[in-house]
Design a protein around this ligand. Structure first.
Ligand SMILES: [Zn+2]
Length: 505
């Protein structure tokens, strides 16, 4: 039975990979590429933000099932904004202690639905072991203690204990917070505060190397490499060459950890993939869609407060998309009226009973769609099946989502898997919610949230950041076979991993 090593590179695009390979300057990636049994593209989920994508990757479900709707979202039960660490100023405005607890504890222990099963939980049922290195989502059946930094405890007024218990696979690494004995010998310079306390590529490579030397390789290892994302945000995807060289250095480091590169591919199936791409945000002020200005007529919930009768709307900004939560009757219609005047929004979507209504900003062209559930419904609209065999009813102008209808089949254009992705994002919430999506080159701006003028940003429904590369290397003969087709969506990865590990002999 092969082991699996899954390397998740944040913001890696197919274009970035192809460009690097064409220059033959990336030996690690070149080696993996030459030994790939499969190289293809997958659609990610919506919003194209790491917390949501990781949850889908590990559970094989859309957000309506796993219930992590974004990096930033509004929790209607607690009546407050959850910020899983999006930008320092924004985290400070939301409350550093609360954001740290949400990110380190609640994401895995409370917010991620217990109705879904992570890869680690599934493997445990097959008596197989797992390891997670620096990934945000890691729920499993083992318990681990994270060591909290002194300043965070001080900020909490010493309410937080020295350690925090979280769940994970058998081996769990989260930078300097890791309490493993075998991580204590990793170099100090890789876990300094300015190196994100060890949540960086160098630390992940060192941890993987140390893990192989000490406790050995788990049956399934997930390694998260975040540095590429930071580089793309800072510069932009047009200046990706340096970031790719750095990434390759770390890919070489992971292969080196196994001793011999060929042996690494004989012992394990290596899956290289990305969570989303990025697009270049315009340098000019027009690239920033000022949502705060647009919402001036409304009483908006401040980031740190709990919603009460004073507030009309809560806003959760996820870079190139945002959620708006009407908190009072009548507010949704007023909000949509304001939003649909803005031509820089290509998609404005809201729940309407069993339907999702989509309006195109500026033109105000409209489309409604509904998921065809198993139980018969009485709608008169015809049913269409998309390439993933998901069934939908449509009503209105299908060009709003660049859909093509051929017979009773539905094909996607600029918005891959648009219907399931929009449905997943909206129905991840219990109450009313509107999703607004920026056209390429624009990002949504709200005070304190990070801005990326002339840099890179992501989050949207558009294919520019919604299609991600997938390489499966050293897999033959484990994934070969007529009955198996390679994933075309990030939600299919869990079954690929289980197929390799449980049926791949
Ligand atoms: Zn990012």
């Amino acid at each position: 039975m092969p082991k699996v090593v899954m390397v998740l590179v944040d913001s890696l695009s197919e274009h970035q990979l192809q460009e690097a390979l064409s220059h033959r300057s990336v030996p690690g990636l070149q080696f993996l590429s030459e030994h790939a049994q499969y190289r293809g593209l997958m659609s990610t989920v919506y919003p194209a933000m790491t917390a949501t994508v990781d949850s889908s990757l590990l559970t094989g479900t859309y957000p309506d099932m796993h219930k992590i709707p974004g990096l930033v979202w509004y929790d209607s039960e607690q009546r407050r904004i959850i910020n899983d660490l999006n930008g320092l100023a924004c985290v400070a405005a939301t409350g550093i202690v609360q954001s740290a607890i949400d990110n380190l504890h609640a994401l895995n222990e409370r917010h991620l639905s217990t109705d879904v099963e992570t890869i680690y939980e599934a493997l445990q049922a097959h008596a197989m072991t797992g390891a997670s290195i620096n990934a945000l989502v890691h729920r499993g059946q083992a318990r681990h203690l994270l060591r909290l930094p002194g300043w965070l405890r001080w900020l909490s007024g010493w309410r937080l204990a020295k350690t925090m218990e979280v769940s994970g696979p058998e081996q769990l690494v989260l930078g300097d917070l890791t309490n493993n004995r075998w991580c204590s010998e990793l170099p100090d310079h890789l876990r300094r505060p300015w190196r994100a306390y060890g949540i960086n590529d160098g630390y992940a490579v060192a941890a993987f190397t140390q893990m192989l030397r000490t406790v050995g390789q788990a049956d399934f290892t997930m390694i998260y490499l975040p540095d590429n994302d930071h580089a793309m945000h800072r510069k932009n995807p047009a200046h990706m060459r340096d970031a790719t060289l750095q990434l390759d250095r770390h890919i070489c480091g992971l292969l080196d950890a196994c001793g011999d590169w060929r042996q690494a591919l004989e012992d394990s199936v290596w899956i290289l993939l990305s969570d989303h791409g990025q697009v270049q945000v315009a340098k000019q002020a027009v690239g920033q869609i000022d949502l705060d200005a647009m919402l001036r007529p409304f009483r908006v919930l401040p980031l740190r407060e709990r919603a009460d009768e004073r507030h009309e709307v809560a806003v959760a900004n996820n870079e190139r998309m945002a959620y708006l939560y009407p908190l009072k009757a009548g507010v949704q219609a007023r909000l949509i009226e304001v939003l649909e005047r803005e031509a820089r929004f290509d998609v404005i979507a809201a729940k309407e009973g069993q339907w999702v209504t989509v309006v195109q900003g500026g033109s105000r062209r409209r489309l409604r769609f509904a998921k065809v559930q198993k139980s018969a419904d009485e709608s008169q609209q015809p049913v269409y099946a998309d390439i993933y065999r998901q069934k939908w009813r449509l009503d209105g102008d299908e060009s709003v989502l660049d859909l093509q209808i051929i017979g009773d089949e539905l094909q996607y254009g600029d918005y891959p898997d648009a219907l399931a992705r929009l449905y997943g994002a909206l129905y991840a919430h219990e109450g009313p919610v509107i999703a607004v999506n920026a056209r390429p080159r624009y990002e949504i701006h709200c005070a304190t949230y990070p801005r990326h003028k002339n840099g890179g940003a992501h989050g949207s429904l558009h294919r520019s950041e919604s299609e991600v590369p997938l390489w499966v290397c050293g897999a033959e003969p484990h994934v070969a076979g007529a009955t198996f087709s390679f994933p075309t969506r990030i939600t299919d990865i869990k079954s690929l991993v289980l197929h390799i590990m449980c049926n791949g002999r």
